[in-house]
Design a protein around this ligand. Structure first.
Ligand code: PMP
Length: 446
């Protein structure tokens, strides 16, 4: 494939933007392709190459690149009325009512502008509400580019910043735990439960190869936080309105957190974030409470219009049935291909998320097939080999993934996420033929 224009644009970008990109994950090797436009389930690059898109903007594009007429008209009408006001608008109430109606934990909601802003505000709120400073996050979890959660270090111990520019004192307030290790969580709460403002976790580690919770794990976090006066925060920036449909992952797993952070899909492809939860906690935000939180663009009418109309469309149409059944088809097809060509590897994901994980020490000799997405089921013959925490995922062969991404899949016109850890997404615009084409491409690539 000729990507000369992209290569030239990248050269220009490199001299005016660090790494040529505005978010590091886009700096793929050997160079990113520059997108000219989206078209349904496809993107077309600056050289006119067409790719079937499973990146989906890293999650927001539940419907793909063509917004339905209802979303487009609402956006055009909002645009004609001006972009934003610095005073409340009806759409803020409408989207807040939509979310509170569908998501079990959400009685009230505050809109912000990104997932990062949502998780940073949720951490401040949890600290303000409980009067405690320590927060707990999962190893391999991602909560955006914010000070309190960019940490590394041994589980249960004092963390260090994982980025330069963050004071060590910030990271010292954050404790990490291995995901799915109920015993480690119990020990930590026994020792220091009364210092912990909140446990923040993605219900599925979507930024670390889609590791799902094993049965009972989220319930354990719910019990421990409740027993010790800490808050449970689900970061549903990625899973919100994707996993579990309109009820989100918390509805699917049947565990109700105190607070939930959102972004991505609730903005319909425009910048957004939100913190929802119990009314008595959310009301601690200014102006009703003393936890300061504010933003010029917060509740931006264009983002909220796009989010509201996209969610209304999803509520009225077979969006979740469609994307989830294509997800099942794709994961099960991939499982068969792996069994045949590369049995040491694993398919992960559920609903409309999926990924192939190149774990080195998979079950080469095991009889019996993995049912993709069954990692919660201890009866599966491969249960022990499916990733359950960061340590499992860290054994993955990232270089092999990079070669799969480019050239093996990209040159066949399939656009996957460029690293081993980021999930991939199916949209309403994908078709059964697309899934078949994708499986053929994986077959060749593997
Ligand atoms: N939390 C989770 C779970 C995410 O997946 C992301 C982004 N991928 C973020 C927070 C940060 O969101 P944003 O990039 O909108 O700041």
């Amino acid at each position: 494939m000729n990507r000369e224009r992209s290569r030239n644009l990248y050269d220009r970008a490199l001299s005016v933007t660090p790494g040529g990109v505005n978010s590091p994950v886009r700096a793929v090797r050997p160079h990113p392709f520059f997108v000219k436009r989206g078209d349904g389930a496809h993107v077309i690059d600056a050289d006119g190459n067409r790719y079937l898109d499973y990146v989906g903007g890293y999650g927001p594009l539940l419907l793909g690149h063509d917004l339905p007429q209802s979303v487009q008209s609402a956006l055009q009408s909002q645009l004609a009325d001006g972009p934003m006001y610095g005073a409340p608008a009806e759409v803020e109430v409408e989207l807040a009512e939509f979310v509170t109606r569908h998501v079990p934990s959400v009685e009230m909601i505050r809109f912000v502008n990104s997932g990062t802003e949502a998780t940073a505000s949720a951490v401040r709120l949890a600290r303000g509400y409980t009067g405690r400073d320590k927060i707990v996050v999962m190893q391999g979890g991602y909560h955006g580019a914010q000070e309190s959660t960019l940490v590394q270090g041994a589980a249960g111990r004092t963390s260090e910043p994982s980025s330069s520019g963050i004071p060590a004192a910030f990271a010292e307030e954050t404790i990490t735990l291995p995901f799915n290790d109920a015993e480690a969580a119990r020990e930590l709460f026994e020792e220091r439960g009364d210092e912990i403002a909140c446990v923040m976790t993605e219900p599925i580690l979507g930024n670390y190869a889609s590791v799902p919770p094993v049965d009972g794990y989220l319930e354990t976090l719910r019990e421990l936080t409740e027993a010790h006066g800490s808050l449970l925060v689900f970061d549903e920036v990625m899973t919100g309105f994707r996993i579990g449909g309109l009820q989100c992952a918390q509805g699917k797993f049947g565990v109700t957190p105190d607070l939930t952070t959102f972004a991505k899909i609730i903005g319909g492809g425009f910048p957004v974030g939100a913190i929802g939860g119990r009314a008595d906690i959310i009301e601690q935000f200014a102006p009703t409470g003393n936890v300061f939180q504010a933003g010029t663009y917060s509740g931006h009418p264009l983002s909220l219009t796009a989010g509201l109309e996209m969610l209304r469309f999803a509520a009225k149409n077979d969006v979740y049935d469609h994307v989830n059944s294509l997800g099942d088809e794709l994961r099960s097809g991939l499982t068969d291909i792996l069994a045949d060509r590369a049995p040491e590897y694993t398919v992960v994901g559920q609903d409309s998320m999926f990924k192939v994980i190149f774990t080195r020490d998979g079950p080469r000799d095991l009889e019996g097939q993995c049912e993709a997405g069954c990692q919660q089921n201890p009866d599966c013959p491969r249960f022990d080999f499916c990733p359950k925490d960061k340590t499992d995922v860290d054994r993955a062969e990232t270089e092999r993934w990079e070669r799969l991404f480019w050239p093996a899949m990209l040159d066949q016109g399939i656009f996957l996420t460029a690293n081993q850890f980021e999930s991939q997404f199916i949209s309403y615009a994908h078709t059964e033929e697309d899934i078949e084409e994708t499986l053929e491409a994986y077959k060749k690539a593997l």
